[in-house]
Ligand binder design. Structure first.
Ligand code: AMP
Length: 396
């Protein structure tokens, strides 16, 4: 896999050089105050490496959706303040993206200095991957490092276009994503088990199709599982159904059979009367969910079935909860699977977005080998798609 062969920040000669780093500083803000600095903290290893190696560090990122206009509520100024506290050193803040302020600050940097330019999405050219804008970004620096995995599936100027003009490598965050996800797909420790859940089959068809060629076992739970049950002719009551995906679901199960992939779907479910956290609930078999009831979690027999399939695996890739895990009454299936993954001793890779949030909230984060920092990006990676932000980097 080509992604495994990309240059990393350690392959660059950074001393005395201006290095433009694309970070993911898309932090949650409330009334101008950062409510979680997790993404800033996650960017520290790459930034510290560059400072320690005497680079002149120029950081850039998007924040929210200012839609190509300067809007003060999307300024990266609060990020500069927080980053400065975390680094224990001054972080200079430009008042523009590639204009006079950014250019003057970049020109005046000493070795080991750090600055941030304004939100790259203040220019509409950014999301169009406009070559002139990419060149202006590149002109601020001698070298480029991409460390924003969450935006790596987007071909924008600051994630992709800039690499046309200056040498480009990945930072530690992207390197870790490439090593874990890329490594699991290219050369997994077997058996390789994929667990897919969440609401929609349509979101995961590409992932399942790609994984059918690679996995020993595929486990499907969550709301998406009911479309598979429907394909088998089961009565699924009022459970989630994507009627236009029943054919696809059938096809995936047939392909699995033909390829000798163990394909597991729930055999029983915890069903509720209403879509409500405190609804009346009962355990029902998958081949007979009564009319007026909806499956909101996997049942106890399924928890055991899935846990047994996870036990003894070499690598587990997990994306999507097994039920409505935000609700205590329907979180048990996700907790059981998380426990089985944690106890399996396997290399465990958790997709970003909802799965990462569920694993964190349920207290299993430190038991997993890798929790991806990109929801959409990790899904596209698992689909086998090339991520433009990674493709653009120089090969070793
Ligand atoms: P996704 O974004 O596709 O990973 O889906 C995550 C969402 O799926 C969560 O908000 C869950 O509440 C929801 N979900 C999981 N299982 C079910 C289910 N059986 N019925 C309805 N929603 C579900």
């Amino acid at each position: 896999m080509e992604a495994l062969n990309k240059m990393t920040v350690e392959d660059l000669e950074v001393s005395g050089k201006r290095v433009l780093v694309r970070c993911d500083f898309n932090v949650p803000l409330k009334d101008g105050v950062i409510t979680s600095d997790k993404r800033i903290v996650a960017s520290l290893p790459t930034i510290k490496y560059l400072i320690d190696n005497n680079a002149k560090v120029i950081l850039c990122s998007h924040l929210g959706r200012p839609k190509g206009e300067f809007k003060p509520e999307f300024s990266l100024a609060p990020v500069a303040v927080r980053l400065s506290e975390l680094l224990g050193k001054e972080v200079k803040m430009a008042t523009d993206v590639v204009g006079e302020s950014a250019q003057a600050l970049a020109a005046g940097l000493n070795d080991g200095d750090v600055m941030i330019i304004e939100n790259v999405r203040f220019h509409k050219e950014e999301t169009k991957n406009d070559p002139e804008f990419s060149k202006k970004l590149a002109d601020l620096a001698d070298l480029y490092v991409n460390d924003a995995f969450g935006s790596a599936h987007r071909a924008h100027s600051s994630t992709t276009g800039v690499a046309d003009y200056i040498p480009a490598a990945c930072g530690y965050l992207i390197q870790k994503e490439i090593n874990f996800i890329g490594g699991a797909l290219a050369n997994p420790k077997r058996p390789l088990v994929a667990i897919l859940g969440g609401a929609k089959v349509s979101d995961k068809i590409g992932v399942i199709t790609n994984l059918l060629d690679k996995c020993d076992t595929i486990i499907v739970g969550g709301g998406m599982a009911y479309t598979f049950m429907k394909a088998l002719g089961h009565n699924i009551g009022t459970s989630l159904l994507e009627a236009d995906r029943v054919e696809d679901a059938m096809q995936m199960m047939e392909t699995a059979k033909a390829k000798g992939v163990n394909f597991l779907i729930p055999v029983d479910n915890k069903a509720g009367k209403e879509y409500d956290p405190d609804t009346e609930a009962m355990i029902v078999n998958s081949d007979d969910i009564p009319d007026g009831w909806m499956g909101l979690d996997i049942g106890p027999k399924t928890q055991e079935l899935f846990a047994n399939a996870i036990k003894g695996s070499g690598t587990v890739i997990w994306n999507g909860p097994m039920g409505v895990s935000e609700w205590e009454n329907f979180a048990q299936g996700t907790i059981a699977v998380a426990t089985a993954v944690a106890e399996s001793g396997a290399i465990s890779i958790i997709g970003g977005g909802d799965s990462a949030a569920a694993v964190q909230k349920l207290g299993f984060a430190d038991k997993m080998s890798h929790i991806s920092t990109g929801g959409g990006a990790s899904l596209e990676f698992l689909e086998g798609k090339e991520l433009p932000g990674i493709v653009a980097l120089n090969n070793k």
